[in-house]
Design a protein around this ligand. Structure first.
Ligand SMILES: [Zn+2]
Length: 439
């Protein structure tokens, strides 16, 4: 038991609600959504409904036969003294849940968690929850430990540790060098002669470095729980942009970035008054090129930022960056069955580029499968004109692919957002494999 709170308490909470009102303060969307792949969820229409929505299709209660849905795990609110409780996603809050309460998780849904609290089914913001189980991460992972600042060095150390644990399964190498001559590490997990090959790459944008942690954690989880089929091989590039990650994590600008800073000041993109913040928000590579706008499909010169910038500059030509070249060469070197690009944030899955078939239909189907596990919302297009990795892989190579925008409120991802993010994503890759075997 333990998670049912008395009705008296709920009534008190509802009174509180009426008195003080309730907003979305705990998890309101901050202004720094990944501008490359902006979420549309902020525009959700606000409606108030009293019916319970059954987004996963498993619940259909009738007045005659009311069966309480069974939670899959239990979670505590962590943001503030109270967090908002919603009847529907995108609606107004109908109550509040206190910090010490226990919520039964039914499923993740966009930026929300569908929960049962005090016999009521409703929604809370997913980034305000922490597992009740204090041993959650030690049960889930063997090597990788939770952090919001997963360094380049720590990632390499963890790769070696995983390899020492599973020497017959893991090979470590590099797909190439960054502009600052750092290796871009690759971890191949599984039999290289396997039937199915999935490529996963993260941290293409510097400030989205949590995606490198997540990618490594997903592999650790799969290996620890013996979830690697014999006919599958994962190709893991957790940090496609180590130089950019280091700029964001250290908050420090080197000579090359000072040149970019001067341009950004000149164009009015930054005042230059807070250099640590400027560096922390860095997305580009070390020379001020946005790698995810440096691929050839959809590339047009200077549609947004005409010169090197901390973000959104496409480069003087497609594949002008050593990082995009390395990704291109590795991706074309093998017949991949699916690719996933992990970015933050938005809690959405971008699955479309252009009109080619069957790749668009397949990517959409893949997005629906991944939604079933993560609760992230399939969305056709991002707000760019292309030149991203996924765009190129789909259009030119015809490989079903997704851009997975993890997280819901801020990038870099903050501590309170890591619990739901890992929990949603841990079974994502096994689901992609399952999908492959059926398509
Ligand atoms: Zn991104």
């Amino acid at each position: 038991m333990g998670y049912f709170i008395t009705k008296k308490v709920l009534c008190l909470l509802l009174v509180c609600l009426v008195l003080v009102g309730c907003g979305k303060a705990a998890a309101s969307s901050a202004g720094n959504t990944d501008a490359t792949e902006e979420t549309q969820s902020d525009n959700a229409e606000i409606t108030i409904e009293t019916t319970t929505s059954a987004t996963d299709g498993t619940e259909a209660t009738t007045p005659e036969e009311e069966k309480a849905p069974v939670p899959v795990s239990f979670w505590n609110p962590i943001c503030n003294e109270f967090i908002s409780f919603f009847a529907t996603t995108g609606g107004e809050a109908v109550g509040q849940v206190p910090k010490g309460a226990t919520l039964g998780l039914l499923n993740w849904d966009g930026r929300y968690a569908r929960v049962i609290y005090n016999d009521q089914v409703g929604y809370v913001y997913s980034n305000c929850l922490k597992p009740v189980d204090a041993n959650y991460f030690t049960d889930m992972l063997k090597i990788v430990t939770p952090t919001t600042k997963y360094s380049y060095e720590q990632m390499q150390t963890d790769m070696k540790k995983l390899q020492a644990l599973y020497p017959q399964l893991i090979t470590i190498s590099s797909i190439g060098k960054t502009e600052m001559n750092r290796d871009i590490p690759l971890m191949v997990v599984g039999n290289i002669s396997a039937k199915y090959h999935i490529l996963v790459q993260g941290a293409m944008h510097g400030r989205e470095h949590f995606t490198a942690w997540l990618t490594m954690a997903m592999m650790d989880y799969i290996l620890k729980h013996n979830m690697l089929p014999e006919d599958l091989c994962y190709h893991i590039i957790p940090m496609s942009n180590p130089d950019g990650v280091i700029i964001s994590q250290t908050g420090k600008l080197e000579e090359e970035q000072m040149v970019v800073l001067d341009l950004d000041i000149e164009y009015g993109y930054t005042s230059g008054n807070n250099l640590t913040e400027y560096a922390t928000q860095w997305k580009a590579n070390a020379l001020g090129v946005d790698i995810n706008r440096n691929f050839i499909v959809g590339w047009i010169p200077s549609d947004e930022r005409p010169e090197p910038s901390c973000q959104r500059y496409r480069g003087y030509a497609p594949f002008s960056t050593s990082e995009a070249q390395a990704l291109r060469d590795y991706t074309t070197g093998r017949a991949f069955h699916a690719t996933l690009s992990i970015h933050s944030h938005g809690s959405v899955l971008y699955y479309q580029y252009g009109t080619k078939e069957p790749v668009n239909r397949l990517s959409r189907s893949l997005a629906q499968t991944v939604q079933g596990v993560t609760g992230y919302v399939p969305t056709a297009y991002d707000n760019t004109t292309g030149a991203g990795y996924k765009d190129w892989v789909m259009e030119e190579l015809g490989i079903p692919s997704l851009t997975v925008e993890i997280g819901s409120t801020t990038t870099p991802i903050v501590q309170q957002d890591i619990y739901n993010t890992f929990d949603r994503c841990r079974d994502m890759l096994p689901a992609v494999y399952k999908w492959l075997t059926k398509n």
